[in-house]
Design a binder for this molecule. Structure first.
Ligand SMILES: [Zn+2]
Length: 420
C-alpha cells in the first residue's frame, strides 16, 4: 500500500515503488480504520450505574447526574473515550452530545480539541432536548433548552468547526436526542437547518418497546411513522439502534436511504432487544456500528462491537446469519456510508490512509489459519498501529500523541464530581 500526503495511491504486489519510508507489516492483518457511528463520550464519567435498568429508568436515574457536565469534564471524558476507541483500531468517531445545561459553554469545542490532540477524526453533534417532564417528555425541565438557542448554537459551531469536503477531521452533525425528549417543532426545524447547511442528521429511534408505546400515546404513530411524517427519512439521515422496525419500516428505510447505527452491546446491556440487521442488509439499508455511550456499554471498543454484531445476528437467526467479513464490513465501509463519507472506510486508491494494523503472533490467534476470522472471533484486541491520514495515532499498542496513564488519572479527578 503506497501512501502519499495522507491518501492511498496504490495497493498490490509486484514492483515496489521508490518511497521515503517503508514499513514492513509482514504477518500482520491490516484493516481500514474502524468507524464508530454512535457514542456519547461524556458518559465515561458515569459508568456502571443503574445496572439492572431498562432505557427509561436508566435515563431517569442518570439525567440529574449528567446535569453537572461542563467543558472540563467533557474534555476529560472525551479524551478517555477517544483514547479507548483509538486503541481498538477506531479512526473516526461520531459523538452524539445532547446534554447542554444552561449557561455551560465550550462542550462541543472541548471534545473536538480532545479528538485533535489524540489524532482521530470526529463528527460531533450539536444535539438537543427541548421536551421536559412537565410537557410530557422524559428529561427533567432543568435540562431542556429553547429551540432558538439550540439552532443558533448549532449554526455557530458549524461556522467555527465544520470542515466540508473529503479528508475532514472535524465535522458537525445535527442530532436532536429522541422522540421522547424533543418536540415536533425542534425535530422539524433541525432537519430544515441540516438541509440548508448541508449537514447530516441523526437521532435515537425505536430502541425499546416502551419508546414505541410512548410514541403511540403521544403522537398516535410508531417511531418510524412519526419520523416519516416529519419528513426526516432520507439519505442524509441515520438513526441509532432501530431495534424494533417492522418489515414496512425496513422497506421505508431502504427506499429513502436512511441509515442505521447498530449498537448490539448497549442493546443487550439495557435488555432492549436485538436489531434484525440481517433483514436490514438484505433490504439494502445502510448499516454501521456504534459502541453507544459508555454508561450503557462500559467498553468503548469498536472491534469488540464487530464481534458482538456477528454474535447477536447468529443468536437471532443461526450461524449463517452473518459472516465474519460482513461484520467487519459493518464496522468499516458500512460506518463510513452511514456517516455519508466516501473518503474513508476502505483501503482503495484515492481513499484517505486511515488503517489499523493488528498483530497475529499473540496467544489468541495461534492456530487460526484465517487471521481475519481469528481476529474477529477472538476480539477484543488492542490495535498495534493506527494510522489516520497517513499519520500514526497508535504505535506499538500505545497512543502516539497522548499519555494513556495521564488521561486515566485526569479522568478520575473529573469523574469524582459525578459520583453516585
Ligand atoms: Zn445513544
Amino acid at each position: 500500500m503506497l501512501v502519499e500526503n495522507g491518501v492511498i495511491v496504490s495497493l498490490g504486489s509486484g514492483v515496489e515503488p521508490e518511497t521515503d519510508e517503508r514499513i514492513d507489516l509482514g504477518g500482520d492483518v491490516v484493516t481500514p480504520g474502524l468507524v464508530n457511528t454512535h457514542h456519547h463520550l461524556y458518559q465515561t464519567l458515569t459508568r456502571a450505574r443503574a445496572q439492572e435498568a431498562d432505557l427509561f429508568s436508566w435515563l431517569r436515574e442518570l439525567y440529574p447526574t449528567w446535569a453537572g457536565i461542563d467543558a472540563e469534564a467533557e474534555y476529560a471524558a472525551a479524551r478517555t473515550g477517544l483514547a479507548e476507541l483509538a486503541l481498538s483500531g477506531c479512526s473516526t468517531v461520531f459523538d452524539h452530545h445532547y446534554v447542554f445545561p444552561r449557561g455551560r459553554t465550550g462542550l462541543v469545542e472541548s471534545e473536538v480539541q480532545a479528538a485533535r490532540e489524540i489524532g482521530v477524526r470526529i463528527v460531533a453533534s450539536r444535539g438537543s432536548m427541548d421536551l421536559g417532564a412537565s410537557d410530557g417528555g422524559l428529561p427533567p425541565d432543568g435540562l431542556v433548552e429553547e429551540i432558538d438557542s439550540v439552532l443558533a448554537d448549532t449554526e455557530r459551531l458549524v461556522g467555527a468547526l465544520h470542515e466540508p469536503g473529503p479528508g475532514a477531521h472535524v465535522q458537525i452533525a445535527v442530532a436532536p436526542c429522541s422522540p421522547f425528549s424533543v418536540t415536533k417543532r425542534l425535530m422539524t426545524e433541525s432537519a430544515e437547518l441540516a438541509r440548508r447547511l448541508g449537514l447530516t442528521l441523526h437521532t435515537h429511534l425505536a430502541e425499546t418497546m416502551e419508546e414505541e408505546a410512548y410514541c403511540m400515546e403521544l403522537y398516535g404513530a410508531t417511531p418510524v411513522e412519526y419520523l416519516t411524517d416529519l419528513g426526516w427519512l432520507g439519505a442524509d439521515v441515520w438513526c441509532a439502534h432501530c431495534v424494533h422496525l417492522s418489515a414496512d419500516d425496513t422497506a421505508d428505510f431502504a427506499a429513502s436511504g436512511t441509515g442505521v447505527a447498530h449498537c448490539p452491546t448497549s442493546n443487550l446491556r439495557l435488555g432492549a432487544g436485538v436489531a434484525p440487521v440481517r433483514e436490514y442488509l438484505d433490504a439494502g439499508v445502510r448499516v454501521g456500528l456504534g459502541v453507544d455511550g459508555s454508561a450503557s456499554n462500559e467498553r468503548g471498543d469498536l472491534l469488540y462491537e464487530v464481534k458482538q454484531a456477528l454474535l447477536v445476528a447468529r443468536g437471532r437467526s443461526g450461524p449463517r446469519a452473518m459472516t465474519v467479513r460482513e461484520a467487519l464490513r459493518l464496522g468499516t465501509r458500512g460506518g463510513a456510508e452511514v456517516l455519508g463519507r466516501d473518503d474513508i472506510g476502505s483501503l482503495e486508491p484515492g481513499k484517505r490512509a486511515d488503517f489499523a494494523v493488528w498483530r497475529t503472533d499473540g496467544l489468541e490467534l495461534g492456530g487460526a489459519d484465517d487471521p481475519v476470522a481469528g481476529l474477529v472471533f477472538s476480539a477484543p484486541h488492542r490495535v498495534d498501529r493506527l494510522v489516520v491520514e497517513g499519520a500514526d495515532v497508535v504505535r506499538d499498542g500505545a497512543l502516539v500523541n497522548a499519555d494513556e496513564t495521564e488521561i486515566a488519572r485526569a479522568h478520575r479527578v473529573e469523574a469524582r464530581r459525578f459520583a453516585a
